[in-house]
Design a protein around this ligand. Sequence first.
Ligand code: HEC
Length: 268
Amino acid sequence: MKSRELALLGSGLLWITAASAAQAYPGGTPSYQTDVAPFCAACHSSVDEAALAGARERAAKEVVEKKHLATILAGLRGYGELSEADRATLVEHIRAIDANSKIEMEFPPQVAPGETFQVKVNVTGGAGPVVGVGLVDRAHRWYARPASSAGWIMGGAPTVIGSDGQPQSAWISKRPEAVGRNITFVNVTGIESDAAAGSWAKAKIIYTLKAPDKPGDYPLVGVYFYGTEKASPLGYTTSPLGQKQVRGGGSSASGRVKFTEEFVITVK
Ligand code: HEC
């Protein structure tokens, strides 16, 4: 291939990547109904360095303070349009949304081989309009795999209870029933938190799992994907179509990846 064609191809790919990132991820993953591992959320910030244990300097660069808040305070990217005082307020709002965006998991500490049981994941916060929740095998951004790889068998479609307390199935129903809806990752829609008002969304996901046949200790970890800037009046602009657009842009670090502890369930 000639170099000019290569250059054209290269710029086309860049354009496609930027456009799909801007449309798909803020707003969750409306088109992908499948297992997800946190490496996909490369733009998101981590809440602590432990999520990238072993990655040395890189781990420190991926945390909220460095990857996201420092950019805002320095007035880089779209943040330069805000005054210094407004940038400080935006950071304050983002710290509040991070402090109130939590993931907790309820599970039996011990199950019998082959037993079917429930795991409940409760999340709070998240800017909205969507948050993502998954089950993985370890609390690591690069090495986590979907929980099914650890031996857990997903026993059916996860049940999602939205912030309004109502079950919702619009997202999971986009996955053809014939291929099985027993996946480890879901989007919750209808989420709206407001850091200025101190109001936080909440949701619950109920997974049905079947234990492996072989006795042993098996890991189970919850992972939470959420946005922050749309929860602050200073964190977004509104498009002519009325959509909230994050101030840092679609490729910014205002998304988050947060894990539960690395839990272990004994199969005995
Ligand atoms: C190109 C950068 C980028 C990548 C790659 C990315 N995200 Fe995000 N994500 C964002 C941004 C920016 C937000 C919005 C954060 C905000 O509201 O401040 C976001 C928000 C989200 C949200 C919450 C929805 C919302 O609008 O707040 C979910 C869920 C999410 N991402 C999941 C994922 C998953 C799963 C992947 C991998 C398949 C992924 N993201 C990859 C940048 C990215």
